[in-house]
Design a protein around this ligand. Structure first.
Ligand code: FAD
Length: 512
């Protein structure tokens, strides 16, 4: 949510409701989790729901922009090949025609337009681009041996199961083993795990730190080792027509997935609709929603909260104390993204050719993704670079202050100077540079945060009329996690007593 709207929530002073509407289910938040809840409800034949989002576009962190040339992401930009456990991801991809054949197959075939074209990634280090993510140029034999051993360890962890028979690191994370032996990894940092396991090579430490910055917006020495290992070991998806490390992507990042989920909710998504109060009544919940200058009260039998957990205490004033504590227990990573519109492809440094993901080894930013990469067969008169930077090197509060107080021009100049190292004529070809500051982009999986009881309070919360969704319930933010939490919340709503009573007769809800 934009900072202006967030502050509006904090400052209050909303107009009293001037109109009342009724519906079966209100879903607050049209990010992946809210859209997934709507997708699941609609597929179960429930058509009496509304999805609200404070922004003017649905999709949350998976939103995209559009230039006359190409669409481009503002946040999420890829989906790894879905694992066997990611059944809902496979179901969605099959429905969208991107997964061909049996969605449960060990190695389904995927639509070539969404399989990331080669080269997938390259890294800029010591004045040269290298293919792949893990640097190999100038790396001595001892370090290469550690790299080999690390890959071997990751392959082992992919297969490892706890005493309960579940995979140690599954995605969605809720399906992972509950074996305390594996959960204990949440108590130490990822950097400590590496060192304790004899991994001291600088390139491996860089890779681990890159991974946690990229997926969690934070440094590896502040990240739970469980979360760090999850990044590497959960991804076991395979394809009939691609390598197992292939990812699915599109010019607009993951916005096509948001649109795919939203198809089922057509006509029921209200944007520019900020929920600012939730109050339980006797037989319904009232959600007060600011649209323009007026407030509409929506009375619903059920509410799914699919917006970030830390926002809820401001809106549901009667929220149970313990739940409130759990919602406020985590912190969020601040992020900066920028889209650079380029009139031409910039000059290249030596080494590997342009890839979809272009990573900087030693830089404040992570690098950039190329919006036109999948349009490989078209000759385009330019492109869009999406630049990513997690403010991982300061506290989240300091990062938010920097985001707010640093003028746009200073960010833009910093980004151009960073890119100039790898593309000397970047300033000449850039026709437009937009930046997006996201102060509370994603919940941070700090050591102890995944299995300390607070996150689980959000997961285990049950209320007759209010269900929680959002990736925050997983303790870190990924498409698979957000979709899973939305689906679980939809299931809770459908099995609630008030919903079943209404399903057996009232308007708008077909028997399910
Ligand atoms: C820079 C960045 C890059 C990322 N890259 C990837 C990636 O490549 N792959 C990947 O899988 N994941 C990525 N992610 C993670 C991404 O967050 C998830 O994939 C997913 O989009 C999260 O969905 P969500 O529904 O949990 O949350 P959100 O996207 O946070 O959606 C919540 C929605 O609630 C709305 N909202 C909040 N408060 C209110 C209110 N009071 N009233 C109404 N609406 C409200 C917000 O406007 C928002 O649209 C990235 C995230 C960021 C920030």
């Amino acid at each position: 949510m934009s900072h202006a709207l967030g502050h509006r929530l904090r400052d209050g002073g909303f107009p009293a409701p001037s109109e009342t509407r009724k519906t079966g289910v209100v879903i607050v938040g049209a990010g992946i989790s809210g859209l997934a809840a709507a997708w699941k409800l609609a597929k179960a034949g429930v058509d009496d729901f509304l999805v609200l989002d404070a922004e003017s576009q649905f999709g949350g962190n998976s939103r995209a922009g559009q230039s006359p040339l190409v669409a481009y992401p503002w946040g999420a930009h890829y989906l790894p090949l879905p694992t066997r456990e990611s059944t809902a991801v496979r179901e969605l991809l099959a429905e969208l025609g991107v997964l061909h054949g049996d969605p449960a197959a060990a190695k389904p075939a995927y639509d070539e337009r969404y399989l990331c074209a080669t080269p997938q990634e390259r890294v800029y280090r010591n004045g040269l681009w290298e293919e792949g993510l893990l640097p190999h140029r100038g790396v001595d034999a001892g370090e290469r041996e550690q790299q080999r051993r690390f890959h071997e360890r990751v392959d082992e962890l992919k297969e490892t199961r706890g005493r309960d028979g579940r995979r140690a690191f599954a995605i969605p994370m809720e399906l992972s083993s509950r074996d305390p032996e594996w959960r204990a990894l949440d108590r130490i940092s990822f950097s400590r795990w590496l060192t304790e396991n004899g991994f001291t090579a600088p390139t491996l430490h860089w890779l681990a730190n890159y991974a946690t910055r990229d997926d969690y917006g934070m440094a590896y020495d502040q990240t739970s080792a469980w979360a760090g290992l999850h990044y590497f070991a959960c991804r076991t998806g395979e394809a009939a027509n691609a390598a197992s490390d292939a990812v699915l992507t599109a010019p607009d990042g993951n916005a096509w997935l948001a649109r795919g989920l939203a198809r089922q909710a057509a006509g029921r998504i209200l944007t520019d609709a900020l929920a600012w109060r939730i109050e339980e009544g006797k037989s319904s919940v009232a959600v007060d929603v600011l649209q323009g200058a007026k407030t509409t009260r929506i009375e619903a039998r059920q509410v799914i909260w699919a917006a970030p957990a830390f926002v809820l205490p401001r809106i549901w004033l009667a929220m149970p104390g313990e739940l409130k504590h759990a919602a406020l227990a985590g912190d969020y990573a601040p992020w900066l993204t920028a889209n650079l519109h380029l009139a031409d492809f910039p000059e290249e440094r030596h080494g590997a050719p342009p890839a979809w993901d272009n990573v900087f080894y030693d830089s404040p930013g992570l690098g950039y993704v190329l919006a036109t990469h999948q349009l490989i067969r078209r000759r385009l008169p330019g492109t869009v670079f999406t630049y990513y930077r997690a403010l991982h090197d300061v506290t989240p509060a300091e990062g938010r202050r920097l985001l707010l107080e640093t003028p746009r021009e200073a960010w833009a100049e910093g980004i151009l100077a960073e890119l100039e190292r790898v593309h000397p004529d970047i300033r000449r070809v850039t026709t437009r540079l937009d930046i997006f500051r996201n102060g509370h982009a994603m919940r941070r999986p700090v050591p102890g945060s995944l299995f300390d009881g607070q996150r689980e309070k959000l997961v285990n919360f049950r209320h007759p009329r209010i269900a929680l969704a959002h990736a925050d319930l997983s303790g870190f933010s990924l498409f698979e996690e957000a979709q899973y939490r939305g689906i679980v919340a939809a299931g809770q709503v459908r099995s609630s007593a008030s919903f079943r009573a209404s399903a057996s007769g009232q308007n708008g809800v077909r028997a399910i």
